[in-house]
Design a protein around this ligand. Structure first.
Ligand SMILES: C[C@H](O)[C@H](O)[C@H]1CNC2=NC(N)=NC(=O)C2=N1
Length: 96
């Protein structure tokens, strides 16, 4: 079944459950910036997230420099934020 993007009401309701995340209208994505003690901590987090992402077949767009990780989630197949992004964000929050 084709994955469809959430409408604004659905997206805002989902984000209300994800206080660490915010909506980036330009990217049509949900975003979270995480800061760690050092690079090893940051990379360990990315390794844990990568396992979830692979299991979900849904992958973050992310940037890492030293102890910072910037994460964007959007669904390319839907052209915006879908339930898959919300679900992966919840799993990412369980990683840190
Ligand atoms: C072919 C493969 O299933 C698709 O490319 C999957 C993989 N991971 C994905 N990740 C994200 N963020 N969006 C997608 O639409 C997506 N599609």
């Amino acid at each position: 079944m084709a994955i469809t993007k959430l409408n604004e009401t659905e997206r805002e309701a989902a984000l209300a459950q994800l206080p660490l995340w915010s909506y980036d209208a330009d990217a049509d994505a949900i975003c979270r910036n995480v800061k760690f003690a050092d690079f090893a901590e940051a990379f360990g987090f990315m390794a844990r997230v990568a396992i979830y992402a692979e299991k979900a077949d849904h992958h973050p767009e992310w940037f890492n420099v030293y102890n910072r990780v910037e994460i964007k989630l959007t669904t390319h197949d839907a052209g915006g934020v879908s339930q898959r992004d919300i679900d992966l964000a919840k799993q990412i929050d369980s990683c840190r």
